[in-house]
Design a protein around this ligand. Structure first.
Ligand code: ADP
Ligand code: MG
Length: 833
């Protein structure tokens, strides 16, 4: 065959050059890794294929060997090649004789010229039935299967002479079968064998597998891998992996053996065989989309090799290298997509450059009853710098509950208004929208004195009252004294009457409203702005990238400020919000007291209830949080309802309790929150759905049941809901099972009051899974990459930024495969073309 001929030529040249790895530029290994798969495609005969595979050319380590080993290896290859070529020739003549028409053998590949996007049934041994099972694991194409990685590996690489086997460890022997027979093991038929090597013999048993006996013929050489145990004082292998030592490469024994996530009816040995077939036959076809410059810079494996090693690693270090490369790919593609989106947003249209009038800012700040913290000051400057450029701002503002994000957002909205643009602030629920609306009006009215007055209502009324009126009237005007004209702030929520909504829509459209505060209602159809210049989104985790995009489409490339009170470690923020610049308010206003946090044992529940009762007795309010139930929201709701019944009847029959859970209709949720906030309830029994940002000034204690089930960050967020005014706040943590780890984690919450520090601890202890946002819609899934690997994350981001600078549209020829992969990954969410 042509391919084997060129292979032979290269090898002969290498031999002539004294085994110095000088025959091909880039090294022999690289050449072989590339060629092996292609040659393989031309071999149809199964036996020959096995011979060829046993050469393991796709996975050679020529470069790492000394001359002696190279010579021996080469001699062996030549022998095998000869065999291959000889058989080919025979075959060819048969064909020739057979039809007399053509001397050419059809390349075997013709029958199997499938591409990587072919269905998995193209793989030998994968039946439609199996394909069906695989599709349940989301594996449909050959490419999917290449990316269907083992969950872990069994280390069967430790080969030992039988005499040196140790009990309890995973070890491998190469032995001769002396005897193998069907026998009865624990009442069922099984196989028993005696195998031996030059150092001794050992008994091997397989339960329930009598048919194995047939495969282990006397004098066969067999490789056995597994744990050695002891039976009646004798060492024995119990149901180990086994493989006959023959021409085929070992895939079940004597190496790191992959363990795949299995579905019912797929057997490990089968899956491993398909995978080997797959790696040998297809991995080489994968185009390496990562530019070689980047690969070289970080010594990454090339893609086919990384895939091959991820399935069948030569050793632990190669397994790690493969994982590193594949994890990099995921993070790199992710970053590219995020950066591309940011670029599209910022550069598809010019943004609105707002002049930041210092007079207005000073006027506003001077009227506040407090001075900004240093962190607020710094973040304000970052935002002002952004919005003064003719490029849309894309910024994430992180800061704990109460750190003063809303004031900063208000200043930005004010600047937009002063620049004759509209602003919008979007919150995840009505109650939070109302809260923001009242706060913003409050700030603006203070500033406006003495001219300022409320046309419709006084903001100092209880929130419920004022918001009811606001909701009824649709908007509230306020006059800011230092502006040349009145400012209009409006509240737009779903519960407005249709006529009110329409009225408000038309005012927004005519530009009669300067600042609109609202819920999702803001991004619904029918809402059109005359000139939206700034959109602020509060509590990011409720909004996916898609909603952000919708809001953006409402304006002429408005500036976007996303605010979140969820502390996320920096590296995770870079990933989850890689399309946003990051600002952090990492300081609370002075004088804030920390919420006193106490870890109690389950049997101290009575004490906790007594404490709650005491607080309520002093005119304060309490939250009681019910445990998370992983299985379903329905079960969780049920458990919360039971707990609520129990507490209302048995523990606090004389107090007013409310119940809040995720299964309640939105209106009922809002209603119970509102009643609690307005002081009509003493205790709110809730699942974890209770709002992060909700402000209940009189709530002084939060009791968390099943505290061991929550992430540290989440516990920290819970306690942010109490102690909002002068009264001290308390947080009581009661675990379900006070295991030593739970105790340790909960003690961290007692001690650490910095949300970011707790988030870092959480990431270390529990991994990234529990940070909301990782499952955001429109966000590509990560299979290999670990979001807590900050080194690799930073590296991927750095490379992505550099690449976007040098080839912003990825339209250089060598970047075509990369552009394709990015587009594929982000197909639902980006307008990358
Ligand atoms: P966040 O939106 O980050 O939860 P807010 O902006 O609602 O925080 O601020 C929480 C409370 O702290 C508000 O009552 C606000 O007026 C007040 N506040 C904000 N900044 C300061 C500051 N620098 N000094 C004192 N109080 C402040
Ligand atoms: Mg807030």
């Amino acid at each position: 065959m042509k391919n084997t001929e060129s292979l032979r030529q290269v090898l002969e040249l290498e031999r002539k050059k004294g085994y110095a790895d000088k025959a091909v530029s880039g090294g022999l290994d690289r050449y072989l890794h590339k060629q092996a798969g292609q040659i393989r495609q031309t071999i149809a005969d199964q036996r020959l294929l096995a011979t060829f595979d046993s050469l393991n050319l796709g996975n050679s380590h020529y470069a790492s060997w000394d001359i002696d080993k190279r010579k021996k290896w080469m001699a062996n290859i030549f022998d095998r090649l000869q065999e291959l070529e000889k058989t080919k020739k025979d075959k060819r003549s048969v064909v020739k004789a057979g039809n007399g028409l053509s001397a050419r053998v059809k390349p075997a590949a013709e029958g199997r010229n499938e591409s990587l996007s072919s269905a998995v049934v193209a793989i030998k041994g994968i039946t439609p039935n199996v394909a069906n099972k695989l599709s349940k694991l989301n594996v449909k194409t050959i490419r999917d299967l290449l990316y269907f990685f083992p969950r872990r590996y069994l280390d069967y690489s430790q080969r030992k002479p039988i005499a040196e086997l140790e009990e309890g460890e995973e070890q491998t022997i190469v032995a001769i079968v002396w005897e193998a027979r069907v026998t009865t093991l624990g009442n069922r038929a099984g196989t028993e064998a005696i195998v031996g090597d030059e150092t001794g013999n050992i008994r091997v048993v397989w339960f329930n597998q009598p048919y194995l006996a047939r495969n282990l013929s006397t004098n066969a050489r067999v490789v056995i891998s597994g744990r050695v145990s002891s039976f009646k004082g004798q060492k024995v292998f119990e149901s180990p992996e086994w493989e006959l030592l023959g021409s085929k490469e070992l895939i079940h024994t004597a190496r790191l053996v992959p363990v795949y996530p299995l579905t019912q009816g797929l057997y490990p040995r089968q899956v491993r065989r398909w995978m080997k077939e797959l790696i040998n036959g297809w991995a080489w076809q994968l185009k390496d989309f990562v530019p070689s410059e980047i690969r070289n810079r970080h010594h990454f494996l090339d893609l086919p090799q990384a895939i091959a090693q991820a399935h069948y690693p030569d050793n632990w270090s190669m397994a790690e290298k493969a994982r590193e490369r594949l994890a990099f790919d995921e993070l790199f593609l992710l970053q590219l997509g995020l950066l591309a989106r940011k670029r599209d947003w910022q550069e598809s249209q010019p943004g609105n450059a707002f002049g930041a009038d210092q007079g207005i800012i000073d006027g506003f700040l001077n009227c506040l009853p407090f001075a900004l913290t240093q962190a607020q000051e710094r973040v304000l400057q970052e935002i002002l710098a952004d919005i003064s450029r003719p490029k849309a701002m894309c910024r994430l503002l992180q800061g704990e509950v109460g750190s003063g994000k809303t004031v900063i957002a208000t200043i930005a909205l004010l600047i937009a208004a002063a620049n004759e643009h509209q602003g919008a602030l979007m919150a995840p629920t009505e109650i939070l929208a109302e809260q923001h609306f009242n706060n913003i009006c409050g700030y603006l009215s203070t500033v406006g004195t003495p001219e300022c007055h409320w046309e419709e209502q006084d903001s100092s009324l209880p929130l419920g009252t004022s918001s009811a009126i606001a909701a009824r009237s649709g908007n509230v005007k306020c006059y800011a004294g230092f502006l040349s004209r009145p400012l209009t702030v409006a509240l737009l929520v779903g519960s407005l009457r249709d006529s009110e909504k329409e009225d408000l829509h038309s005012q927004i459209q005519k530009g009669k409203v300067d600042i609109v505060v609202g819920t999702h209602a803001l991004i619904q159809e029918g809402v059109e702005f005359r000139k939206l210049g700034l959109a602020v989104i509060d509590e990011q985790h409720r909004f996916g990238v898609l909603q952000r995009q919708k809001l953006r489409q409402k304006g002429f490339n408005p500036h976007i400020l996303v605010m979140t009170a969820t502390p996320i470690p920096r590296t995770m923020a870079l990933t989850l919000y890689g399309d946003l610049d990051l600002s952090v308010i990492d300081e609370l206003p002075p004088g804030r007291q920390v919420v006193k946090t106490k870890y109690l044992k389950p049997e101290q529940m009575g004490k906790a209830y007594a404490f709650v009762r005491r607080e309520v007795g002093c005119g304060r309010q309490a939250f009681i949080i019910c445990p998370i139930i992983d299985e379903s929201e329905a079960l969780e709701a049920k458990a919360a309802t039971t707990e609520y019944d129990f507490l209302s009847r048995e523990v606090f029959p004389d107090l007013k309790l409310g119940l809040l859970h995720g299964r309640m209709p939105a209106n009922d949720k809002e209603d119970v929150m509102r009643r609690f906030r307005n002081g009509l309830l003493d205790i709110l029994v809730s699942t974890s759905v209770v709002e992060v940002g909700i402000d209940v000034p009189k709530a002084s204690v939060i009791l968390v049941e099943g505290a061991d089930r929550f992430g540290l960050s989440q516990l920290h967020q819970f306690r942010g809901r109490v102690g909002r005014n002068k009264d001290p706040g308390y947080c009581l943590l009661i675990p379900e099972r006070p295991s030593p780890e739970a105790t340790k984690r909960l003690q961290l919450v007692e001690e650490i009051h910095d949300g970011f520090a707790l988030a870092e601890e959480d990431l270390k202890l529990r991994g990234p899974g529990q940070f909301s946002g990782t499952q955001q819609s429109g966000f590509p899934e990560l299979h290999v990459a670990d979001l807590s690997n900050s080194r690799l994350l930073e590296l991927a981001r750095r490379e992505a930024i550099a690449l976007m600078q040098s080839d912003p549209n990825l339209d250089r020829g060598e970047h075509t495969p990369l552009a394709k992969r990015v587009a594929q990954l982000w197909s639902e969410t980006t307008e990358w073309s």
